[in-house]
Design a protein around this ligand. Sequence first.
Ligand SMILES: [Zn+2]
Length: 101
Amino acid sequence: MTPTTSLQHFAVNKEGQLVSVGEVERGLACECYCLACQSPSLARQGHIRTWHFAHAQETDCEYAAETALHKAAKECISRGMKLWVPAISVTEIAYSGDRDR
Ligand SMILES: [Zn+2]
């Protein structure tokens, strides 16, 4: 499977709480960890790129962003918060006749 290129917007702090990159201190001062591999993460809060977490050291952790987003969504649902998702479009296709011809 191809590694994700999405940015990691959530991590876990030293108290084990899910936190977003906008609510922690910059860099290693955030004392956060990757939700997928539990390795130390730093908060990148620069002026050019979107704020995100990054692993403090090189790693082969492929699913950090996906895992973080998944856990953040579960946290929102468990807190009874609303979660807005894109509209879903469903199309029904009816076949007539024998499909095996
Ligand atoms: Zn990781």
